[in-house]
Design a protein around this ligand. Structure first.
Ligand SMILES: [Zn+2]
Length: 277
């Protein structure tokens, strides 16, 4: 599948792939959860708001919009986007990428209708995904909040922690504060949450997490000093775990936190295999 993200809509589009949202729920087919391909007539008969062009998918135009009713067709129903993503047995990864973009663009369009400086109605840019105030010139873009997520390693163990309202053990994460580098945020979050100083911070991977408008930037880091002391607010319990001791309740496969934990398990399994006689 070849997706080209673009803000410049085609002049003529007889049909397109429509990512239609009702709140946080995406319209998909009842049979195989596919995204509807709709023609002009179906669209003009639908109760849509905040229509946005997204680009093309294998040369077919893609759009997103807010759906005010479910009257498109009896063949489709809406499903919560996060639930769909977590079930992972319906849409393929490329379709989710477009659905995430659609969700983010649509939410931005809805929540940035007026200028934050003078209150005028914002104009949509015709060349990119931005809006410009016709009166004061203020420009805004879709909201993306960077957050860091870190696997802290001490010899052959990983630091996992649990939130007070969760039974799941995971790596540490937090939003980047204004004026901070990503590495500063890693050091601060780990120190604040568990009182540990880290070194050798290395980039691992990144992943948009549109449900909280976050861009998750994952790192690995090595333990430098300190004794684990959970802050009691964001973290209730934290400890070092070897690959064999990883708790049963860890994040689901689709999350970047799980990719970090799996990376640690694989790396340590390879080391123990290499060390075994
Ligand atoms: Zn303004």
């Amino acid at each position: 599948m070849n997706f080209n993200f673009s803000a410049i809509a085609p002049v003529h589009a007889d049909k397109g792939i429509w990512f239609l949202f009702k709140g946080n729920a995406l319209l998909v087919s009842k049979t195989n959860s596919s995204i509807p391909v709709l023609n002009k007539e179906q669209i003009s008969n639908s109760d849509l708001q905040f229509i946005n062009y997204l680009g093309t998918c294998d040369s077919v135009p893609c759009f997103t919009a807010s759906l005010n009713s479910e009257a498109i067709s009896e063949d489709y129903h809406t499903q919560d986007l996060l639930t769909l993503y977590r079930s992972q047995d319906s849409l393929d990864a490329d379709i989710f990428k477009i659905a995430f973009k659609a969700y983010e663009i649509l939410n931005w369009d809805k929540t940035h209708q007026y200028c934050g400086q003078c209150g005028s109605v914002m104009n949509r840019s015709s060349i990119d995904f931005s809006k410009i105030c016709p009166d004061c010139g203020l420009q805004n873009y879709p909201r993306i909040s960077p957050a860091v997520i870190t696997a802290v390693i001490k010899e052959n163990k990983i630091l996992l922690a649990r939130h007070p309202r969760s039974e799941i053990f995971s790596v540490l994460a937090g939003y980047v504060e204004a004026g901070e580098t990503l590495e500063d945020a890693v050091r601060r979050e780990v120190m604040e949450e568990v009182n540990i100083e880290v070194k050798n911070i290395r980039y691992f991977a990144s992943e948009p997490w549109v449900f909280s408008h976050a861009l998750m930037v994952a790192y690995t880091a090595e333990y430098q000093s300190g004794e684990i002391k959970a802050d009691g607010e964001e973290i209730e319990e934290a400890a070092w775990f070897s690959a064999e001791e990883i708790p049963q309740r860890i994040p689901r496969k689709v999350s970047i936190s799980r990719k970090l934990i799996d990376w640690f398990i694989n790396r340590n399994s390879e080391i123990s295999l290499a060390c075994s006689p």
